[in-house]
Design a protein around this ligand. Structure first.
Ligand SMILES: [Zn+2]
Length: 113
């Protein structure tokens, strides 16, 4: 069951909503102030400079699925890389190898991208 997070435009607080079906319409109402002026919120892994533009895409669209960011092999492991550099830690070679392998098309089996 999908869970979506929306940020209230009126009070800026976040509310989570369960979606009973992938096809059902969701009309989010703020759990804190009952405002219906809600904007779809990205998951925490997507925090950063791009949140603003991505957020706009979500707000204007009606997709129930995220765009295919992670089905693009060039994007695989980007958040891992930035996490390592952020903390000034050298990336282990095994992690490096896994990312390179994934980018070259070796998508793990069983993943429905
Ligand atoms: Zn609110």
């Amino acid at each position: 069951m999908p869970i979506y997070e929306y940020r209230c435009q009126a009070c800026a607080r976040v509310s989570s909503f369960f979606l009973k079906s992938i096809n059902s319409e969701l009309e989010p109402v703020c759990a804190h102030c009952q405002s219906k002026d809600m904007a779809r919120r990205m998951s925490s892994f997507a925090m950063g400079k791009t949140v603003g533009s991505v957020h706009e895409n979500f707000a204007s669209g009606s997709e129930h699925r995220t765009p295919g960011y992670y089905s693009d092999p060039r994007n695989i492991g980007r958040n891992v890389e930035s996490a390592f550099s952020k903390y000034g830690v050298e990336m282990p070679q095994t992690v490096r190898d896994n990312i390179d392998a994934a980018r070259s098309g070796e998508t793990p089996k069983g993943l429905d991208l």
